[in-house]
Design a protein around this ligand. Structure first.
Ligand code: SF4
Length: 145
């Protein structure tokens, strides 16, 4: 069966501009949710055990872990850069190609209008975009585990 044509068929130009905007809480996309794998990776980077990392940096909500939000900006944002960039959570890696924003209208109103990286830099191919979407979906399914 032929694959359905998507609006991102020819790819999307995107490159992080280091604005730090996506690391500052903005409504429903504000929380940084973490899988066990995310917490392990971040703990290792910070030279903490996963338990220590979770106690110090996370809180539980709706049966899932997320980064503690004591300020509007993420606790790991230093200046305009992520201080744990190499170990950053899955949802930060897969932004802006989250399944929930990949309908043309949401993309236009909530991503392109907000993120200065959209339309800049290199073109991400359809395959790359769909890989990020799959990774994000898989991660969301693991949040409760
Ligand atoms: S973990 Fe890093 S990339 Fe993710 S929101 Fe925090 S500062 Fe931004």
């Amino acid at each position: 069966m032929a694959q359905q044509k998507k609006w991102w068929e020819d790819g999307i130009r995107f490159e992080c501009q280091g604005s730090g905007k996506c690391c500052v809480s903005h409504g429903e996309y504000g929380f940084v949710w973490l899988t066990l794998r995310d917490r392990r990776r971040m703990a290792k980077q910070l030279k903490l055990s996963t338990i220590e990392f979770t106690r110090k940096h996370c809180e539980k909500s709706q049966g899932m872990f997320r980064l503690k939000e004591e300020k509007p900006e993420c606790q790991f944002l230093k200046g305009k850069a992520c201080s744990i960039y190499e170990a950053r959570p899955t949802q930060c890696r897969t932004w802006p190609f989250w399944p929930e924003v990949m309908d043309a209208k949401t993309w236009k109103n909530e991503v392109a209008a907000f993120c200065p990286g959209v339309g800049k830099g290199r073109v991400h191919s359809r395959e790359e975009i769909e890989k990020a979407m799959k990774e994000q979906s898989a991660s969301e399914r693991k949040l409760r585990i």
